[in-house]
Design a protein around this ligand. Sequence first.
Ligand code: DX5
Ligand code: ZN
Length: 228
Amino acid sequence: MAPPKARVQIAPSILSADFAALGDAISCVQPVADVLHVDVMDGHFVPNLTIGPPVVAAINRHTPMPLDCHLMMTNPGDFLSAFARAGADWISVHVEVDSTADLLAEMRGLGLGVGLAINPETPFEAIEPWLGELDHVLVMTVHPGFGGQAFMGEVLPKLRRIAGAVAASDRPTIVEVDGGIDVHTIGQTAEAGASCFVAGNAVFRAPEPATAVVELRRAAEAAVGVQR
Ligand code: DX5
Ligand code: ZN
């Protein structure tokens, strides 16, 4: 029997929101979205600087949504406990950063949802040994660093392999995609096995962000034949 299809989850990325009105942007998507994606960039692992634990703490006071913190950092180990204290629920560190075993163990010890992110050019083999330990795997479909980039379709074969390995295991690891996801690209990633979809520009640059979330969910569900 085929494994049950994972529930579609939409994760708006606040990177594309108006930072001067972040609370309003979050309130707008809260009734229809599942998790809130928070991009943390250190100006070193990626050529951009964004958000740290104090902002995550403020967001956490503002919304009950689970906070999915994507740490694009060279030294995430120095900040895991600060993000946990700030109210992060899920954390992804990059597999391209060293000390993966220690980082995953520390995240687990802090009670966080344990995730690993993988860049477009990093091969399946780099993440394969860790899949059995993850709550979520974040497959980048753009080079990390900026919102609003074009979706990289060449990542789909790797996404399919990751989702296949997850489906063949006993662990209900969430397969999450990030970068260039919109109503035109989301279906391809859903067919390839993703069930959690990060979307920045497609949500917060849309005229009505809440409607955009609903449309993204509908497009993902239509691609995998979910009956509503
Ligand atoms: C890119 C970030 C993404 C970004 C996605 O480095 O990891 O989460 O916010 O933005 P869009 O959906 O606009 O590509
Ligand atoms: Zn991200």
